[in-house]
Design a protein around this ligand. Structure first.
Ligand SMILES: [Zn+2]
Length: 216
């Protein structure tokens, strides 16, 4: 059983590392952000009130997220393990998760991606994606060949709704106030916490560092 919790502020590269880990280990990527965004798109499981909160960068209610994650982790494909991305995000969620793990005698590994604040701002404000093929870009760190256009199909790049600057600030505030204490909680009540310096290296190198740390 490989229960991995990816931890880090918005813009720390959690999503990218989660994809690399799930491909490598053959276990599902459980991203609460993606589940919620999908719920908004198809209008299922997410109320208009919850959608409005997400657009403003406010954290969604614990009960909503806890129930969603519990349901997802109970599916057969998660029996061998999973990579949690964006959860737990509050102390209430962390308590919920550690209780769920203890009931099943699962000991999670927490991977904390430590990234410098200024780099986070650059990553988030520069983040774009192609609406047609989904290729991610960063106009500051990994720009397309032609300004704001996809290299593969020439489509105009878009910004995620929650990557606007005011929303980014709200998301980072929420992280500092509500999510950072979760790391301390997991250190004392949960499984092993591995800290990986992720400010300067490209994703492949960060991924190698994670692999090495997990083997030790
Ligand atoms: Zn494209």
């Amino acid at each position: 059983m490989k229960a991995i919790v990816l931890f880090g502020s918005p813009g720390s590269g959690k999503g990218t590392q989660a994809k690399l880990l799930t491909d490598c280990l053959g276990i599902p990527h459980v991203s609460t952000g993606e589940m919620l965004r999908e719920g908004v798109r198809n209008g299922r499981g997410v109320t208009p009130k919850t959608a409005a909160k997400m657009h403003a960068g406010i954290l969604v209610k614990d009960e909503v997220v806890d129930a969603m994650v519990k349901e997802r982790l109970s599916r057969p494909d998660a029996a061998k393990g999973f990579v949690l991305d964006g959860y737990p995000r509050t102390l209430v969620q962390a308590e919920h998760l550690t209780a769920w793990m203890k009931e099943r005698s699962i000991r999670e590994v927490v991977i904390y991606l430590a990234v410098d604040y200024n780099i986070i701002i650059a990553r988030l404000t520069g983040r774009r994606e192609c609406p047609r093929c989904g290729t991610p870009y960063n106009v500051l760190l990994r720009p397309p060949k032609v300004d704001e256009l996809c290299d593969l199909d020439g489509e105009k790049l878009t910004r995620r709704e929650d990557d606007r600057e005011d929303v980014i600030r709200a998301r980072l505030d929420a992280y500092e106030q509500q999510t950072r204490p979760v790391l301390e909680f997991l250190r004392t009540n949960g499984g092993r916490v591995i800290e990986v310096a992720a400010s300067d290296d490209p994703p492949e190198i960060v991924f190698q560092k994670i692999g090495q740390a997990m083997e030790n």
